[in-house]
Design a protein around this ligand. Structure first.
Ligand SMILES: *Cc1c(COP(=O)(O)O)cnc(C)c1O
Length: 417
């Protein structure tokens, strides 16, 4: 009989941890240690041969514990658990989302290469792409989120740099307006420019909808990256990142992590394991709350427009609606809206708003509100702001797990009812 395959949420309390190796402790302890003791010199030699790829790993041979920059039980068990959500071969966790993203870019891009990336992306990613990547002689080319494959293909071909394409990087849904990108369409573009010796990887930042509501590897992504600071951590008490994908690519990511030394700490690993136990119930409660809040906002006379995935329909945007249904199993918990007026009205609202915290970040148990134009997206060029709808009247909300009726009360009060 096939062993029963349990759901990821069931396995978050146990997968990969053997209590007998830790004095019977029901929970994985924090392995706050820099180095690990070998039983014999021969064992130490064998561990290093595998870690440094000096010989192939035997079929039943596991990489032994050596030193916490290479591996640590808290990180390994966490990585095994994260793999379950995205059905990935392998995962590496990082000390931040930015370190996951920058490590992937540094590993797969070389001087003369072209990076094709969606716009807008997270501010830190945008800065890394525009100001740091070009200093390595790597060319960059942006494409707007929310547009079909043919348009992206045209932008690439008109650039005259298509032959140098070396990575397609995207963030979908785009922040803050929830514009969607077709991952499978981007994969077709990447394949068109891949050669036998040189595959163009498609990398998806899945922070906004993962790891519960979207699994980019199923749609053609080669690698998935996360800011685990957001939903995965979920309590606004840590900074971390992750990258997942097939074994052969992850081997390269893991090796660069070893030598950059930007792995997460054992304590962060332990906190993230604790967070993963409640990931699904948190995210589901957040999405449910967001739906109620969005439905309230859309009817409010002081609100001009609401950006929420649940408002896409086959009539108002057939293309984005089809991507929504294909790639996502939820409308998420992120909402943006245009308040009638401009910065003055948006600031009055934010300053009056109770219960929500006025802070950047997202995906946590507490609800957050911020003003993208002057905060998260302040670095963006005026042209891009205009193109992507990041205006002075835009407010972004991340919905937490509070009672949605209380959140609605707070919004109503700050809008002057
Ligand atoms: C926050 C965020 C990042 C950066 O992650 P850090 O953990 O802050 O380094 C990257 N991408 C997205 C979509 C984010 O929201």
């Amino acid at each position: 009989m096939e062993p029963k395959k349990f759901s990821p949420e069931t396995l978050m309390m146990s997968h990969g941890y053997k209590p007998s190796l830790s004095e019977g402790a029901i929970k994985c302890p924090i392995f706050q240690t820099s180095t690990f003791v070998f039983k014999t010199a021969e064992e130490g030699k064998a561990f290093f041969e595998i870690a440094y790829g000096l010989r192939d790993q035997g079929p039943s041979e596991e990489l032994g514990l050596i030193y916490s920059r290479l591996n640590n039980p808290d990180l390994e068990i966490l990585e095994n658990r994260l793999c379950l959500w995205d059905k990935a071969d392998d995962c590496t966790v990082f000390e931040s989302g930015m370190s996951a993203i920058s490590t992937v870019m540094l590993e797969f891009l070389r001087p003369g290469d072209l990076l094709l990336f969606s716009s807008p992306v997270y501010g830190g990613t945008d800065h890394f792409i525009r100001h740091i990547i070009p200093s390595f002689g790597i060319k960059i080319l942006g494409f707007p989120a929310g547009r079909p494959k043919e348009e992206i293909q045209n932008i690439l071909e008109n650039s005259g740099m298509a032959e140098n394409l070396a990575m397609v990087y995207m963030e979908t849904p785009a922040n803050p307006t929830n514009a969607l990108i077709d991952i499978a369409g981007c994969k077709e573009i990447a394949e068109k420019y891949s050669t036998i010796g040189r595959k163009v990887p498609v990398v998806v930042d899945n922070t906004y909808m993962g790891p519960l509501w979207s699994h980019p590897l199923d749609h053609g992504a080669d690698l998935v990256v996360y800011s685990a600071t957001k939903y995965i951590g979920g309590h606004s008490d840590l900074i971390a990142g992750a990258c997942l994908g097939p074994r052969e690519l992850m081997k390269r990511v893991r090796t660069l992590r070893t030598f950059l030394g930007n792995m997460a700490s054992p304590y962060t690993g332990w906190l993230l394991m604790r967070s993963l136990e409640t990931l699904k119930i948190r995210m589901e409660a957040q999405a449910k709350g967001a739906e109620k809040v969005a439905n309230f906002l859309v009817k409010h006379p002081r609100v001009e427009k609401v950006y929420y995935l649940g408002f896409l329909t086959p009539e108002n945007d057939p293309w984005q609606y089809s991507i929504l249904k294909k790639q996502y199993s939820s409308n998420g918990a992120m909402i943006a809206f245009d308040i009638k007026g401009g910065e003055k009205e948006a600031f009055e609202f934010l300053n009056k708003l109770k219960l929500f915290k006025l802070a950047v970040s997202l995906g946590s148990t507490e609800s957050l509100a911020q003003h993208p134009f002057t905060m998260t997206h302040s670095d963006m060029s005026p042209e891009d702001k205009a193109m992507f709808g990041v205006s002075e009247k835009l407010v972004r909300l991340s919905i937490g797990i509070e009672n949605p009726d209380d959140l609605i009360w707070a919004i109503g009060e700050a809008l002057g009812n």
